[in-house]
Design a protein around this ligand. Structure first.
Ligand code: 5AD
Ligand code: FES
Length: 361
């Protein structure tokens, strides 16, 4: 169905009013080529974001502490089967030193991200979490270490972890099994997300935009999933090929579609924490700024030691692999100011959680 600009603007208004659009209307929004509509949609998304979070932008200091991974996601550069990946694993002391450095730089959220490294026992993770939280009780600690069982998630939560990022990657079971080998299951991924919420984590899910085989209807399914799961955070970024994967020659995802999805997600989930991701910044030198102007309110600068930065490569041409953490934060603060927003030194919890990270009863 072809729509006029006026039709599109009405759709944006209805989304902003919290109305539930039909699948066909959502697909229409994602497929639109109308620049006037893009401008209007992002303006509405900014209005909603400013109503909930003002002009604040929260920083998350990302420590990519291991690139060992037992999985073989077809799109990912650190998949187990990639013999060319140079593997590294930070020691416990290195992780602590990194989080101390992050704290000194003003970060009040630290994210421990890694592949699914068999070395990461519950004991090791719990010990690291406890040590970081003892040293810096006023930070939020986020984990992004993949699929584990509920007991393991519970133990790390009890050790002090506050949040967990686990992208669902795609809400279509068929598309999920195209992107992942048979050893990984859509059902288990979804079970993990439910377990994390039940335990009390603030949970982030999300998908790649333009991953191989993705159709508009899959993105509509992703939006429906987000509506029903109600995550506290949603991380989305364009798919970017990695030269050592079978998708080396696939087309990357579109920046424009990613921005439009950021706006739609902001309007559907007004309170969500929405990062302008590194993948977006990799595809477009102004990608993260554009993300903020499309409704995002979080940036995740890299805190990993420079010696390992160039090895945590999920996709090609990743930005910021040569910079010191202090340089990254300076650069990001300036970039954020340029958009009219401001970096704040705060945990940046979801509004449903109070300052202690506790979920209201
Ligand atoms: N392009 C873009 N994003 C990727 N991710 C993994 N590989 C790629 C790629 N080639 C994303 C996945 C994963 C997150 C950590 O990074 O969505 O969950
Ligand atoms: Fe590591 Fe997918 S290759 S989680």
């Amino acid at each position: 169905m072809s729509r006029s600009t006026e039709d599109y603007l009405k759709l944006a208004d209805r989304l902003a009013d919290g109305e539930n659009l039909t699948d066909e209307e959502l697909a229409g929004i994602l497929l639109s080529e109308d620049p006037e509509f893009d401008a209007y949609l992002s303006q509405e998304a900014r209005r909603v974001r400013e109503r909930v979070y003002g002009k604040d932008v929260y920083l998350r200091g990302l420590i990519e502490y291991t690139n060992y991974c037992r999985n073989n996601c077809r799109y990912c550069g650190i998949r187990a089967g990639n013999r060319n990946a140079q593997r590294y694993r930070l020691t416990e002391e290195e992780i602590i030193a990194c989080s101390d450095a992050g704290y000194e730089l003003g970060f009040r959220t630290i994210v421990l991200q890694g592949g699914e490294d068999p070395h990461d026992t519950d004991e090791r993770m719990s010990r690291i979490i406890r040590r970081i939280k003892e040293r810096h009780p006023d930070i939020a600690l986020t984990l992004s270490i993949g699929e584990r069982n509920k007991d393991s998630y519970q133990r790390m939560f009890d050790a002090g972890a506050d949040r967990y990022l686990l992208r669902h990657e795609t809400a279509s079971p068929e598309h999920y099994s195209l992107l992942h080998p048979a050893a990984m299951s859509y059902e288990h991924r979804m079970q993990c997300l439910r377990d994390l919420h039940e335990i009390g984590y603030q949970v982030g899910c999300g998908m790649m935009v333009g991953s191989p085989g993705q159709k508009t209807e899959h993105l509509v399914q992703d939006l429906r999933f987000l509506q029903s799961f109600r995550p506290e955070m949603v991380g989305i970024g364009p798919f970017i090929p990695h030269h050592d994967t079978e998708y080396a020659h696939c087309q990357p995802g579109s920046v424009r579609l990613t921005l439009r999805l950021l706006s739609v997600i902001r309007l559907m989930l007004p309170e969500v924490l929405l990062p302008a991701t590194t993948a977006l910044g990799t595809m477009d030198p102004k990608g993260r700024e554009k993300g903020l102007l499309a409704g995002a309110n979080v940036i995740m600068p890299n805190l990993s030691p420079t010696s390992v930065r160039g090895k945590y490569l999920l996709y090609d041409n990743k930005i910021c692999t040569g910079d010191e953490a202090a340089e990254c934060i300076r650069c990001m603060t300036a970039r954020v100011s340029g958009t009219g927003y401001q970096v704040v030194q705060s945990r940046g919890d979801h509004v449903r959680y109070d300052a202690d990270g506790e979920s209201p009863a």
